[in-house]
Design a protein around this ligand. Sequence first.
Ligand code: SF4
Length: 460
Amino acid sequence: MESEKTYIKDSILSTADKERQLILDDNISRYNRAVQQSISQFSNLELARRRAGYIRYKAINGLEKYLIEFEANFERNGGKVIWAQDSAEAVKEILNILRKNKVNLISKTRSLICDEINLVEKLKEADIECTDINPGDFILNQFDEKPRHLSSVLIHKSYHEITSILEKKFNVSFKHNPIEILEFVRKNLRVKIETSTASITGANYLIADNGSICISENSGEAVINNSLPKLQIVIAGIDKIIPSLMNLDALLPLYATYSSGERINTFNTIISGPRQDGEKDGPFEMFVVLIDNGRSEVMAQKFQRRALGCIDCGACQNVCPVNRKTFGVSEGNSYSGPIGSIITPWMKGLEENIHLSYSSTLCGSCTAVCPVDINLHELLINNRSDSISKKNYSFTEGLTMSTWHQVLKNRKWMDWGKPKWKNMLLKKLYSNRWGSDRKMPTIADKSFKQLWEERREGIN
Ligand code: SF4
């Protein structure tokens, strides 16, 4: 399969990039220290995780009810909800709104779903300029790279790389002061924001009981995006729903802790609709585009639907020993890491994407860290099992596995042939997939059974 081949090829390159690995290790260590400090705010972290997990699971299980409740309440507040089955429909609806309002310059906050539906490219094709007003996204764009991390888009970049690219692209010079860089980026973005007539924003949560949108971030971009432009479009996956405003109390501190190591994010914005009579700021018109784009397929899976409770903190990416080496390469999805490996095969096609569910050691670190208590490593096994039940494997794969099965369950076959021959056969069959950077394990001269028998017979 093409996507699997590309994934393996790119993963080998990424794993061999020692410099990148060092930068990642360094940045993740810093993140880990911050998280450790922040979790001290929970008197009972396990209880907090279970509570948050229950809220998200309850929301996912009652999706239809809560989405309709959200729609009714948001429209009562003066906004308009649009439902989109897939990314094409979502893009079409967004373009319709922008064209109707003669918009040619918009500002966009950090949003995974915008990456998922390729919105920036589609807007560009329609001659609409879209500026990323999140400082991290703005800097990453200078590298011509797509985000590979759910929450920390620059976690694989060093301070030196960031200053160098900005100095080169903007002909400026920095005195190695991060604040100076941030101010430079903000100044650049400010001009764009002030001239934008519309804004596009993601959503952390859609709150059913009062029809509001909650955005939690540290750079203040959502506040600006909600205050200045006259037209605001919020794009969200249908899985972002939560039953009540009261649920934020459980979710926001956990999100801040596990996404950035903060106790609580600096800006937590709750938007309930367009500007009301007498209000001095806010958009005059506001839309929420609710996107399915394969989420119903995840919902249809008995166990894996639990993955839709994800709050996009990225913690599972940081702990996963496989993801730390491959680091989201060529997955081509906005959801990378363990959570991406669970939902992508259902959202984008099992056959083409099931290899992602095998890119895990199943060590369980992802499950142990997840703030909303998703049993990620078990869901990866569910994916593998479902894929096998659907006979999603090639003839050669099927034949190989059934041969191994026969050999391993039969002692006579296990003992057949000399270790030297077996090693030659294994090398011939698997050395390509094993790769040249690792030494292939070899079969010992004597099996455990032989050693055991010799011991019992007193030979050794
Ligand atoms: S699955 Fe859990 S740990 Fe991973 S990004 Fe989602 S909420 Fe965070």
